[in-house]
Design a protein around this ligand. Structure first.
Ligand code: AP5
Length: 217
């Protein structure tokens, strides 16, 4: 299957992508994770991306599309993938359609995680990420046993720079302006299915898997 997860910042895309990708044995491809890995490694791509990420802005389409094109050319993505955080503009979505059409394939489904802004703010203000393995925690909803320490690998947890309150507001504005139009874009293609992404993580996963199943996943 070739799937896309779309939803506002903090909707739980990364959290659900882990479970869905494991369930369907698909590689999870997160553009946010790829950018953050490049920032951490200090690559030229990371230096450029950081300028936008820190302010809650999107990295320019051309840079992002080229990066995804390279990633989708990796052998593990040949038979399917789960995209988390891409596309997030209409030009990115059009570029993805073209890229896949050139390969003689297409997207199967776009799963939209629906949550309101208040929930986004609650989730992002309490999110903590592991410096070692990248696992995402939440100080209230999914707290590690010892504050600030990852249960999975023992490394330190940190708060993402772009999870500060003023940056979150900007990310929400950018989402409404640039990414929300994808709902109509994919709706018109008959590929969009929206699910309620509130409530416990496991409940959202069940809704997501049910939605995929009813569309043949
Ligand atoms: P990216 O990393 O993609 O950020 P995002 O879309 O803003 O999404 P987040 O990672 O913030 O949230 P999420 O939906 O994955 O939620 P999570 O599962 O962590 O992108 C970062 C930046 O990179 C962008 O701003 C941009 O600059 C750049 N970028 C990336 N892709 C780009 C692109 N295509 N084009 C241009 N620029 C791009 O969950 C959040 C928290 O909530 C966690 O603490 C989690 O534990 C908790 N949680 C999850 N589910 C639940 C639940 N059901 N109940 C309670 N808590 C929950």
């Amino acid at each position: 299957m070739r799937l896309v997860l779309v939803g506002p910042p903090g909707a739980g895309k990364g959290t659900q992508a882990e479970f869905i990708a494991a369930h369907l044995a698909l590689p999870k491809i997160s553009t946010g994770d790829i950018f953050r890995a490049n920032v951490a490694a200090g690559t030229p791509l990371g230096v450029e991306a950081k300028r936008y990420m820190d302010g809650g802005q999107l990295v320019p389409d051309e840079v992002t599309i080229n990066m995804v094109r390279d990633r989708l050319a990796d052998p593990d993505a040949a038979d399917g993938f789960l995209l988390d955080g891409f596309p997030r503009t209409v030009p990115q979505a059009s570029a993805l359609d073209k890229l896949l059409a050139d390969l003689g394939v297409g997207l199967d489904l776009v799963l939209e995680l629906v949550v309101d802004d208040d929930e986004v703010i609650r989730r992002l203000s309490g999110r903590r990420t592991c410096r070692g393995c990248g696992k995402v925690w939440h100080i209230d909803f999914d707290a590690p046993t010892h504050e600030g320490v990852c249960d999975r690998c023992g490394n330190e947890l940190y708060q993402r720079d772009d999870d500060k309150a003023e940056t979150v507001s900007e990310r929400l504005r950018v989402y409404a302006r640039d990414t929300a139009p994808l709902v109509d874009f994919y709706g018109a293609q008959g590929k969009l299915v929206g699910i309620d992404a509130t409530g416990p993580v496991e409940d959202v996963t069940v809704r997501a898997i049910d939605a995929l199943r009813s569309y043949g996943g």
